[in-house]
Design a protein around this ligand. Structure first.
Ligand code: BGC
Length: 387
């Protein structure tokens, strides 16, 4: 049986993770959020196999810890009708755990995380967080909007990464349980003040997480501003579908529906050119394991220290479509990504180096990967990039 057929077979049993990013940016040009503009984006939806036993859906709220200034951080546990759970904290709007069944119904955690609030306060890898205002890098932290040049916090060499030093991921969000007939749901809101990390305009962002009863985790973004600005948030969970957070992700099989990537320089900043993936280790239009070509002698892989690139997704027309599938054979889990966004950053955990630990284990090199649907990195500086 061909690999493709195997995956089709898997589709018959509902082991899915779907990352879902959908929405409309009501803007004239590029990924700018206009005055009073609203953005509604669904970014993450996780679907797994349903268990037969029906469980009560619920959201449980517990004190998780206190920030150094005394503010309280809460954890919300969302449990759906089939027993899957997601745990969220309102610090960074972080997913701290995502427990879903394997093909035998055994529920295991598939995301990296820490054991306490202090771990997330110290974290510099964005574990499970909402990053922004602008996901990924902006060259030298500089962009021009309406003729004015803005300078953002520099936090990655000479560049701006994931919204700056604190951004959305170190913020305390207001959280409330909301009604969603699809399943247990929590909405988190953060007001990012004018000038924060160098960005113009007050931005109110609401991220709604719903764990649907058919085992989908949906993340919806909504943003409002009072000045033209940039907004390109994304979600930064580190996945390992095996159920063991110590095993390498190199044997996970991956497809990405993209004919090209945005070529990067040695600072991981797009050159502005699109690189055709044909005959390169970046061609995931059919299934390949993550590890199969990761050590190939290719300059782009050397720059990224593995995969750390934006795939320019096919069929970008503002509508949600499936763009990625990841399959882990031993557990039978499949992760599907759906998005309406033009790009997705696939990061193969190249900077994990054993210095972080949590959940009883040490996180070694390439024991997790991220998939971050978003506008292309550094889009504000590349008029040829879509928004
Ligand atoms: C970036 C990486 C970065 C990682 C964690 C990813 O989204 O593309 O370059 O190292 O986040 O910081």
């Amino acid at each position: 049986m061909s690999l493709y057929n195997k995956v089709l077979v898997l589709h018959c049993i509902p082991h899915y993770v779907i990352i879902f990013k959908e929405g409309v940016l009501s803007m004239k040009t590029r990924n700018y959020l206009n005055r009073c503009g609203r953005m509604s984006v669904i970014i993450l939806c996780v679907l797994f196999n349903q268990l037969n036993a029906k469980v009560e859906t619920m959201v449980e709220k517990n004190l998780y810890g206190k920030l150094p200034d005394g503010r309280e951080v809460y954890q919300f546990t969302l449990k759906n009708a089939s027993g899957a759970t997601v745990k969220l904290i309102n610090y960074g709007a972080i997913v701290t755990s995502l427990c879903v069944p394997n093909r035998n119904g055994v529920i295991e955690d598939v995301v990296l995380g820490y054991d306490s609030l202090q771990g997330y306060i110290n974290d510099q890898s964005y574990f499970g967080a909402i990053v922004g205002r602008y996901g990924n890098r902006i060259n030298k932290g500089t962009f021009v909007l309406d003729g004015k040049e803005y300078h953002l916090t520099i936090n990655d060499g000479e560049n701006h990464l994931h919204g700056g030093k604190f951004g959305f991921f170190k913020a305390l969000w207001d959280a409330k349980v909301v009604n969603d007939s699809a399943g247990p749901s929590v909405a988190m809101t953060y007001v990012s003040p004018d000038g924060e990390e160098g960005y113009p305009g007050n931005v109110t962002i609401t991220v709604t997480y719903t764990l649907t009863n058919d085992n989908a985790l949906k993340i919806v973004y909504e943003g409002k501003t009072d000045k033209p600005t940039l907004l390109n948030p994304t979600h930064h969970s580190y996945f390992n579908l095996s159920g063991s957070l110590t095993t390498s992700i190199l044997d996970h099989k991956l497809t990405i529906d993209a004919d090209s990537i945005t070529e990067i320089d040695n600072r991981l900043i797009p050159t502005g050119r699109l690189l055709d993936v044909t005959n390169t280790p970046f061609d995931f239009r059919t299934f390949h394991t993550i590890g199969e070509r990761i050590n190939d002698n290719h300059l782009q892989l050397q720059y990224g220290k593995g995969y750390d690139h934006n795939w320019a997704l096919n069929s970008f027309n503002g509508k949600v479509r499936k763009v990625v599938e990841v399959y882990e054979e031993k557990s039978g889990r499949v992760l599907e990504v759906l998005t309406d966004q033009p790009g997705i950053q696939f990061y193969s955990g190249n900077f994990l180096d054993g210095s972080q630990k949590g959940k009883g284990v040490v996180y070694q090199h390439r024991t997790a990967f991220c998939l971050e649907p978003q506008c292309f990195p550094d889009s504000p500086n590349h008029p040829n990039f879509p928004s």
